[in-house]
Each structure stands twice: as structure tokens, then as C-alpha cells.
Design a protein around this ligand. Structure first.
Ligand code: ADP
Ligand code: MG
Length: 450
């Protein structure tokens, strides 16, 4: 019997589920976990012509590999699908009905705000264990302590350790999918044993960023900090599975260990954040061609997001990273959403955010264009903080009245013109990234021939 499936198109990415040794010179050998790109179909639907990371091409058996897909947008992924938030004891008992020993969920405690309750079905009865929050750690018995709920659940899954039963089956929150399962289904999980963590290279809002070695390549690894940031972390990884462009920091995969932690693995950007790069080198080292190149790089990455209907929401020089070969790439997709979603505005970077986004939560590609104008200003001022000498509280009122920053010292008039177009108070009057990219390309060409 054969399964009829649509053939994979050239450019499709696959991950190897097994090692493959070549039978003939024309085959491409690979090892489990390797990522391969389909080059062409063959007459035999069971074989494809594919390319590996170092560019070698050959035939591969289709059933040894799994297609890598973007995780479907809108999927509600959760690292803690058994967490039901603020529900009452009675609601919890109803959710754990009919009885099934080992079926469990976690809820927020109603009697003790800030604490949690672990509810477990056990021989026809539901037990409610109070989880106490003490000195930054969680505990049930004041013997075993955990950093977060995921670790706690992991512990009692492996061992009842005093509970009436070990945790056997999570009662899933309606409409959510376990992030861990969804990432492996779509082909994005990597193995911890292939990764060596080397040193801390950055501090992020969601956790530390480490330099790592994954199968001989340098990679950056974002490690989750705690429960509160878990969801944002998953959202970032989810967005990244859907993006591929030379000017966006590339996701390599996620690592899910013992279901209690998640690491986001991305390409390593050796020269760090663009703002630090500009500040540390400065005017004496970086020429105009270099500044223009960074501006163009970012505009290309943003043009891709624009074309695919993604809104970044946090575009700034601190969120652009520079590779070993000086290519600027947009990163930090923690706030990125498919166009149309709204969000909490209290944590927004005021100096980078468009007025309509601050005022009415109107985020769009056009609000990203505003931020891009600020980013251009940062590039041409070698990493200065925008709106120098204006108190933060005065920035918004002045901007709303039409105030615009002056051109940075030495900034070509033609580039300053682009900034001002980005800062049009009417979002519809701002140019699309496609236009910005074209104009920057023209400037580059004129520089070459002048
Ligand atoms: P946050 O989402 O909290 O802003 P970031 O993703 O910006 O966290 O990461 C924090 C810092 O870690 C960055 O400013 C940068 O210095 C470093 N960093 C992050 N990703 C990488 C990477 N892929 N390569 C090199 N350094 C990185
Ligand atoms: Mg950042």
C-alpha cells in the first residue's frame, strides 16, 4: 500500500529522523537531526534530491526525514497546558470528572492569593494540594522545592513522593495544545545532547542568552527564566518558525527537555547588538557605506515581514544583531504578532513607538515604519539615545504636536528625508518598507557612481 501525498517542493526544509548511509555515490548521507533542503523531486516518489548545510547534493529517502513546517498561526501553544488559572475548587473537580487516577491540573488558589493548588484525581476522589510560594520557590511538602510549576509537575510525574499518586495525565486547558508536542510535530525540536552551553552572552527580558555549540556550529540559546515569561517565550518561538529571511535572525529549533524547560536556539550573531556595535566603533571606524548597508539590511528584513503581514512592534537598534560578516538582522520577535492583534501598551518603548500605537494600540506595518525612522536616526548618530535632552515625559506631547528630531551630525540630507517620511503623524502617509528599501538602494547606487 502506498500513501499518496503531494510531493515536497524545491526549497522545502526537512529534518532527519534517522541516520542514512549512502548506497551509491549519488546518495547524500546524513545523520539524525540534520536539516536538509529539497532541491528537486525524482521519478520515484520515495526519493528526493536534496542539499545539506554545507551544500552537498544527492538523493535522500523520503521516509527517513520529516518535513519542517511553520507552526500554524493562531495555535494556542502552552508550556503548561494543565494550568487552568483562577478556577474554584468545584470547577476543578468538575474538570477532573469522570475519575481517572493520575489525572491532574493546577489552578490558582482562591483562599491563598499568590499560591497555587495541585488537584489530582485519585481512586474516585479529587485531592487538592496547596503549593506554597516561599522565598521565590514553590513547594508542597516544604521538603522538595522548585523554581517553577513546570519543574514541580515534572517531579511529581516521575515520582508520587508523598502524593496519593504520581501525576499521569494532564487535564488540558480547553483550546490549548502542549507547546512541546506541537514543536516536535512540526519538526522544530533539537536534542539537548547535541548542544553544549558555553557562556552567557546576554540578558533578555525572558531569560539569559548563552553561546552554545550545536553539532559543531556556534549558536545562541535563549533560556527561559520563569513561569511568568513562559508564554511570551513560546509565542516568540512560534513566530520564528514561520519566518525565513537573510535579514532576520534565523531560528534553528527549540529544545524541550523533560517537558519542564524550553530553549530557543538561533543562529549566533557574533558582533552583538547593532546599538552596541555602533557605539563601540563610532564615527572614526564606520564609514557612510557601512551605515547605509545596515539601514538597507534592516529595510530588507522588514520588507519581508511587511509582505507576510507580520508586525514587529519592537523595532530598535538594540533588537538588531550583527553577524560575523557584518550583516544586520532583525531579532527579538517576542512582541511580533500577525497583523491585527492588539496588546498591552504599558511596557512599550515610548521613544520608538508610533503615536497612534501609544495612544490607541494601533499597531501596523506603518507603526513599524515609524520605529524604523527612529532606528535610522540611531544608525546615523552612532547609537545615541533618541530625543536627546528631552525628558521622557515630554517626548509624546511634543511628538504629537509635530516635533521631529534634527538630522544627526553628518547625516546625508537624502537619508534624513527618509526619516522624516517615516515620522509622518498620519500612518497612511508613511512609505511602505518596499519603497524605503528601493530608495536606499538608489542612494547606494548613486554613491557608487558619483
Ligand atoms: P529580549 O527579548 O529580552 O530583548 P534579546 O533577544 O534582545 O532579549 O537578547 C538579549 C541580548 O542577548 C541581546 O541584546 C544580545 O546582546 C544577546 N543576543 C540575543 N540573541 C543573540 C544572538 N542570536 N547572537 C548573539 N547575541 C545574542
Ligand atoms: Mg531585546
Amino acid at each position: 500500500m502506498s500513501v499518496v501525498q503531494t510531493p515536497w517542493q524545491a526549497g522545502t526544509e526537512c529534518v532527519a529522523n534517522y541516520d542514512f548511509q549512502r548506497r551509491t555515490d549519488q546518495d547524500l548521507p546524513f545523520t539524525k537531526g540534520e536539516v536538509l533542503t529539497i532541491v528537486a523531486v525524482t521519478k520515484d516518489p520515495n526519493w528526493y534530491k536534496a542539499k545539506n548545510k554545507v551544500g552537498q547534493v544527492g538523493f535522500i529517502p523520503a521516509n527517513y526525514v520529516q518535513k519542517r513546517e511553520g507552526v500554524k498561526a493562531g495555535t494556542k501553544l502552552s508550556l503548561m497546558p494543565w494550568f487552568h488559572g483562577k478556577i474554584t475548587r468545584e470547577q476543578a473537580e468538575r474538570l477532573l470528572y469522570p475519575p481517572e487516577t493520575g489525572l491532574f491540573l493546577v489552578r490558582e488558589s482562591t483562599n491563598y492569593p499568590g499560591d497555587y493548588t495541585l488537584c489530582v484525581s485519585c481512586e474516585g476522589k479529587v485531592e487538592h494540594y496547596r503549593i506554597i510560594y516561599k522565598n521565590g520557590k514553590l513547594t508542597i511538602d516544604e521538603e522538595a522545592y522548585f523554581d517553577n510549576l513546570m519543574q514541580l509537575v515534572e517531579h511529581y510525574t516521575n515520582d508520587a513522593d508523598g502524593l496519593c499518586t504520581s501525576l499521569m495525565k494532564p487535564k488540558l486547558m480547553e483550546g490549548t495544545v502542549a507547546a512541546q508536542d506541537e514543536f516536535s510535530r512540526s519538526g522544530w525540536t533539537l536534542k539537548m545532547k547535541d548542544l553544549t552551553l558555553l557562556q552567557t552572552i546576554g540578558r533578555g527580558e525572558f531569560g539569559d542568552v548563552m553561546l552554545g555549540d550545536y553539532r559543531g556550529s556556534k549558536v545562541a540559546v535563549k533560556c527561559i527564566k520563569n513561569d511568568a515569561t513562559a508564554q511570551a517565550f513560546v509565542a516568540e518561538a512560534l513566530v520564528m518558525t514561520q519566518l525565513r529571511h537573510k535579514n532576520l535572525v534565523q531560528l534553528l529549533g527549540v529544545i524541550v527537555e523533560d517537558r519542564s524547560s524550553l530553549f530557543i536556539v538561533t543562529e549566533f550573531m557574533a558582533k552583538g547588538s547593532l546599538v552596541d556595535y555602533l557605539r563601540s566603533r563610532g564615527r572614526s571606524v564606520l564609514g557612510g557605506d557601512c551605515l547605509l548597508k545596515f539601514s538597507l539590511d534592516v529595510s530588507e528584513g522588514m520588507e519581508y515581514l511587511e509582505a507576510n503581514n507580520f508586525v514587529h512592534r519592537d523595532l530598535a537598534a538594540r533588537n538588531v544583531l550583527v553577524s560575523e560578516d557584518n550583516i544586520a538582522k532583525v531579532s527579538d520577535f517576542g512582541l511580533t504578532k500577525e497583523a491585527s492583534a492588539t496588546q498591552d501598551t504599558s511596557k512599550l518603548p515610548v521613544k520608538w513607538t508610533a503615536p497612534e500605537a501609544l495612544r490607541e494600540k494601533l499597531f501596523s506595518t506603518k507603526s513599524d515604519v515609524w520605529s524604523y525612522g527612529i532606528l535610522l536616526w540611531e544608525i546615523y548618530s552612532f547609537g545615541r539615545v533618541p530625543y536627546p535632552r528631552i525628558a521622557l515625559k515630554d517626548v509624546v506631547p511634543r511628538v504629537e504636536r509635530g516635533y521631529k528630531m534634527d538630522a544627526p551630525d553628518g547625516c546625508p540630507a537624502i537619508v534624513y528625508e527618509l526619516m522624516k517620511q517615516c515620522w509622518h503623524l498620519d500612518p497612511n502617509q508613511r512609505p511602505p518598507f518596499r519603497k524605503l528599501r528601493e530608495q536606499l538602494e538608489n542612494i547606494k547606487t548613486n554613491l557608487l557612481y558619483q
